[in-house]
Design a protein around this ligand. Structure first.
Ligand code: IPM
Ligand code: MN
Length: 365
């Protein structure tokens, strides 16, 4: 297959982890006889300083013309970010516009920790049990992120507001994605909400429950978001399967999930729209460790695995990448942030070591 892919390497550790992802992609290209044409483009905080925009027109054009997009994390140090006006910072000026432009409503964030890797987690082994395997599906283009934002002054006070809006179509679309995934896995689908307080959550639940009628083969549960946060720590494996979350609640619980795994470096993601998708690590750009060759590239290489499957329909290739990464971890290798006092120092890998090992496994299997 021949495909054109936009590559937005981003800021901080973005370039170095993206390089590992591309190395893996090139290996897949050769091994399975595909052709991937890569189109690099500026995006993020450095792009604001270099090009005057965090999401320049030429980048939009490259993304429009690409079959799918690979995006690294964005953002620089607090001092650098302070120099950028709010609307041009990467969050409001680049990431949200990218999501809106391609209506990438379905955000896949897998939370996987096999029993054998329980030592990564701050949770006790007995809590990790037979392993955590949750696919968090986060709605990505609606809710409070995209409602009107106002900072105003009335006669006697200053105020601010963020509207939280969902349309029926938005909820139905993401519910279908979540139920389809649960059906594929023959697994539980847990709907997360705050219907005891929010009108948008009551509306959300009514639509999710309506969609559930089409999936009577899928086991369905629902949980209030604050309780979900608690239960995820006390007994995460009860959620093994799929969790469906709206945008803001999903932002929070997916970071918490990274905490359960012991590192946000273990959180890849895919953001899929009706016509095209993009992939990105679920974490930030970690400017404090940028350029030191120690960031964990799992999140980016996993995002490449997602790109192969969710954007290009290459299931076998995608599985090969996931398997290679789990082989490495199961052999006891880790990146620095996952090491502990008992880790053999010879088993601690740099960013490039980890990528090289994935390439070796793929090339020799
Ligand atoms: C994420 C990030 C983004 C979000 C930020 C950077 C806008 O935290 O992808 O989880 O809040 O969605
Ligand atoms: Mn987040």
């Amino acid at each position: 297959m021949k495909k054109t892919l936009a590559v937005l390497e981003g800021d901080g550790i973005g370039p170095e982890i993206t390089r590992e992802g591309i190395k893996v992609l090139r290996t897949i290209e050769k091994k399975y006889d595909h052709e991937f044409v890569l189109e690099p483009a500026p995006f993020g905080a450095a792009s604001y300083f270099d090009e005057g925009s965090p999401f320049p027109d030429k980048t939009k054009e490259i993304c429009d013309n690409a079959d799918a997009i690979i995006k690294g994390p964005v953002g620089l140090s607090v001092e650098e970010m302070d120099k950028i006006p709010q609307e041009s910072r990467p969050e409001l000026g680049a990431i949200l516009p990218l999501r809106k432009r391609f209506n990438t409503y379905a955000n896949y964030r897998p939370v996987r920790l096999p029993k054998g890797l329980a030592s990564f987690s701050p949770l006790r082994d007995s809590v990790v049990g037979d392993g955590i395997d949750i696919l968090m599906i986060r709605e990505l283009v609606g809710g409070i992120y995209f409602g009107d934002k106002v900072e105003g002054t009335a006669t006697d006070m200053k105020y601010a507001s963020d509207d939280c809006i969902y349309t029926e179509e938005q909820v139905r679309n993401i519910a279908i994605v979540a139920f389809d995934e649960a059906r594929k896995r023959k697994a539980l689908m847990t709907n997360v909400h705050k219907a005891n307080v929010l009108a948008t959550s009551r509306f959300w639940n009514a639509i999710v429950e309506d969609v559930a009628k089409e999936y009577d083969d899928v086991e369905y549960a629902s949980v209030i978001v604050d309780n979900a946060a608690f239960q995820l720590v006390i007994n995460p494996t009860q959620f093994n399967g799929v969790m469906l979350l709206e945008n803001m609640q999903g932002d929070m619980l997916t970071d918490q999930a990274g905490g359960l795994l012991g590192s946000l470096g273990l959180m890849p993601s895919a953001c899929i729209g009706p016509d095209k998708g993009y992939v990105e690590p679920a974490h930030g750009s970690a400017p404090d460790i940028a350029g030191q060759n120690k960031a964990n590239p799992y999140s980016m290489i996993g995002s490449i695995a997602f790109l192969l499957d969710k954007c290009l329909g290459l299931q076998e290739e995608s599985d090969a990448v996931w398997n290679a990464m789990f082989d490495i971890l199961n052999q006891g290798f880790v990146t620095g942030e996952l090491a502990n006092a008992t880790t053999d120092p010879k088993k601690i890998l740099s960013t490039t070591d980890f990528g090289d090992r994935v390439v070796d496994i793929l090339s020799n299997s």
